[in-house]
Ligand binder design. Structure first.
Ligand code: ADP
Ligand code: NI
Length: 191
């Protein structure tokens, strides 16, 4: 088994039974998006793919202990330098930390993770996340609907790669249409 396959198996146990929008399928979609975005890019593919598989293992919202990524990386056959690169890429990806990526690998992974937070899948994940917290479906400041204004509608304008910019544009338009219809139905003015 190669290091990518070993890492895939590792995250399948880590993300099993997640219902907050960080399930195994999210990680696999991000990996597939990374594969699409990294074509013709001068990147370290092994480092980027390992980072994609591991990017949500230590998400602070999910309450998992620190050190799981480092522990996994030291158990597979990669150099210390590669392991350090993977940890640096993961550290720069998070929206909430507000960091600006300093490598092409971080830019591509950030694009992929953010693409999966918008569009039809982004809408589904948002309401699933809110449901997992027990939040009512309303228009309060802490609601899923407000989360579109707070975060999701800002993502398309901040993509790094040309391919992600293109994909983000149609996902963004779809979310805007969804919100427009949502508010019309909410206000009883749809026709
Ligand atoms: P990731 O780290 O995978 O980019 P997040 O941890 O920020 O994503 O969030 C996971 C999913 O839950 C995303 O689709 C995100 O938009 C959604 N989400 C995050 N915070 C909220 C919130 N306060 N209300 C509704 N959805 C949220
Ligand atoms: Ni993610």
């Amino acid at each position: 088994m190669n290091v990518i396959q070993e890492t895939k198996q590792f995250i399948e146990t880590i993300h099993a039974s997640d219902s907050s929008g960080h399930d195994v399928a999210h990680v696999e979609r991000v990996v597939r998006l990374v594969e699409r975005l990294m074509e013709n890019e001068p990147v370290n593919r092994t480092v980027l793919l390992l980072s994609a598989y591991l990017h949500d293992v230590e998400d602070h919202k999910l309450g998992r202990p620190k050190g799981l990524v480092k522990q996994h990386l030291s158990s597979i056959d990669i150099t210390d330098e590669q392991a350090n690169l993977v940890m640096a890429v993961i550290d720069e990806v998070s929206f909430s930390k507000g960091k600006t990526p300093t490598t092409r690998e971080s830019e591509i992974l950030q694009d992929a993770d953010r693409l999966d937070a918008i569009g039809a899948i982004g809408i589904a994940r948002t309401f699933q996340y809110a449901g997992s917290l027990g939040t009512p479906l309303d228009l309060a400041e802490t609601s899923a609907v407000q989360h579109f204004q707070d975060k999701l509608l800002k993502l398309a304008g901040n993509m790094h790669t040309e391919k992600a910019k293109r994909l983000a544009m149609s996902r963004h338009t779809f979310m805007q249409q969804f919100l427009e219809q949502f508010h019309e139905e909410w206000d009883g003015i749809d026709t």
